[in-house]
Design a protein around this ligand. Structure first.
Ligand code: NBP
Length: 474
């Protein structure tokens, strides 16, 4: 039996598909899973899809699995984040040797990766935390990957992942991100931005459906058209597909209308907001997306409230064609704000943890393979190429011009939504971010005065240096 170039542990959705992708690219791979049935299923799939040509070997025994990998070994884990990862490291470490490497490809909370990396180092084992995005399809045919940890260790295995990643006109969607938990962090922000995009799209849907009266076929056509222009992205594309899908459970109509309006989530969106709060970085659009999911969760309360609380009396009339155009503009402008927030959080983290993150390269590897993949990410990369120290995407000359050109539409959409009583928390949070960020003066002077009055917190003045306190009550 030939020795494999790499090993993969954890053969659920992501692991099984990534293993087949690695094998398809011609890299000999050994696979193992705690429950042996998934090993057999993976081997069977490799036989079928590769017609016997995929260099993939399955193992039920973890010792045999590790021994089948060429030294120094590299084992990538696709295991449920948290305790299961610790348990798997324990099992693997009993057989790994000094100089070997573990890559965790899961959505892990970055301090966990840093803790594990420190423990692995004591055993002479290299440890890399690598965000993998693209779901099942991405894992199988080319994901976007965000590895963080020791640079030399990564360089040893980079050629494998560069072949396995999604390929774009500006290269494979993988690049070394930075030391420590930088890879997990960047994946976390990717997911936060993904939450923002999904919320903004759902608001566009609500406006077009409720205010514009568009049916599912019309929505499909609008989203297909949008996908041919500046909004082109995976999420817009799949949204069009969703509106096309007829129900197959005998209820008639389209599946989308039979889905309960309660959103699930796993944790990366919540972590993004926690991190933003800890670093004092405003991420209102992403926070609105998280709140949107929380509010969706209290379905029973919402049903009760809908019988008590009234919306506006006014009937809002719209011109459909104008509405569709305005919503597209509002969606695009809001998206710029959401990405600006995510990128600024990355920059803040880079400074705090000394990661030296390259925001342009990060935008580049999100161009393909991942859930937020979009033509638009090329524009973000170009903005950071023009100025690597850009304070905010909003002030890049090209994005600034686009925002300025779209703001009349953007404001009309928010006004219409408010008049009609339709919640657009993501679109309006983006507009508020834009309107706050472009102000040389905010009403924060009054907040500071209040703080000084009730807590003697002092304030600075606009006309002279120093720290001041006023005895407010005469
Ligand atoms: P899951 O997150 O559902 O994890 C299932 C895997 O973890 C199985 O291989 C399972 O083994 C193993 N496992 C568990 Br659970 N407890 C274990 C333990 N105590 N010891 C050893 N193995 C254990 O799989 P997934 O959806 O493929 O995701 C893998 C990682 O990739 C996760 O971190 C996830 O957040 C991330 N991710 C997922 C997606 C996606 O679209 N699904 C996308 C991007 C990233 P078993 O078979 O024996 O139970």
């Amino acid at each position: 039996m030939t020795q494999s170039q790499i090993g993969l542990a954890g053969l659920a959705v992501m692991g099984q598909n990534l293993a087949l992708n690695i094998a398809e690219k011609g890299f000999p791979i050994s696979v193992w899973n705690r429950s042996p049935a998934k090993v057999d299923a993976t081997v069977a799939r490799a036989e079928e899809e590769g017609k016997g040509d995929y260099p993939l070997q399955g193992f039920h025994d973890v010792a045999e699995f590790v021994q089948s990998i060429k030294k120094p070994r590299c084992v990538i884990m696709l295991i449920k984040a948290g305790k299961p990862v610790d348990a798997t490291i324990e099992v693997l470490s009993a057989h790994l040797e000094e100089g070997d490497m573990i890559i965790d490809g899961g959505n892990e909370w970055f301090p966990n990766t840093e803790r594990r990396a420190a423990a692995a180092k004591e055993r002479g084992i290299e440890y890399i935390g690598m965000g993998v995005s693209g779901g099942e399809e991405g894992a199988r045919h080319g994901p976007s990957m965000m590895p963080g940890g020791p640079r030399e260790a990564w360089d040893r295995v980079a050629p494998i992942f560069e072949k396995v990643a999604a390929q774009t006109d500006s290269g494979p969607c993988v690049t070394y991100i930075g030391p420590g938990g930088a890879g997990n962090y960047v994946k976390m922000i990717h997911n936060g931005i993904e939450y923002g995009d999904m919320q903004l799209i759902s608001e566009a849907y609500e406006l077009l459906k409720t205010l514009g009266g568009l049916g599912n076929e019309e929505l499909q056509a609008v989203f297909e058209e949008w996908n041919g222009g500046e909004l082109e992205s995976f999420l817009i594309e799949i949204t069009a597909q969703i509106f096309a899908r007829k129900d197959d459970q005998g209820a008639g109509g389209h599946v989308v209308d039979h889905i309960l309006d309660k959103t699930g989530m796993k944790g990366t969106g919540r972590w993004t907001i926690q991190e933003a709060a800890g670093k004092s970085v405003p991420v209102g659009t992403i926070a609105a997306a998280l709140d949107g999911r929380f509010l969706s969760g209290v379905k029973e309360e919402r049903i009760a409230a809908s019988k008590i609380l009234k919306g506006p009396e006014e009937t809002v009339e719209v011109d459909r064609a104008e509405l569709i155009k305005d919503v597209a503009n509002a969606l695009y402008a809001s998206k710029i704000c959401s990405y600006a927030q995510g990128m600024n959080l990355l920059r803040a983290a880079s400074g705090t943890y000394d990661w030296n993150l390259d925001l342009g390269s990060i935008s580049r590897i999100w161009k393909g393979g991942c859930i937020i993949r979009a033509a638009f990410l090329d524009r973000i990369k170009q903005a950071y190429d023009r100025d690597a120290n850009l304070a905010n995407l909003l002030v890049d000359p090209e994005f600034a011009a686009e925002l300025n050109a779209r703001q009349a539409s953007w404001r009309r959409v928010v006004q219409l939504a408010v008049r009609a009583g339709i919640a657009v928390p993501g679109i309006s949070a983006s507009l508020a971010y834009f309107d706050s960020y472009r102000q040389a003066r905010l009403p924060a002077n009054l907040v500071q005065a209040q703080r000084d009055l009730f807590g003697a917190h002092t304030y600075q003045r606009v006309d002279r240096e120093g720290v001041f306190h006023t005895d407010w009550v005469e």
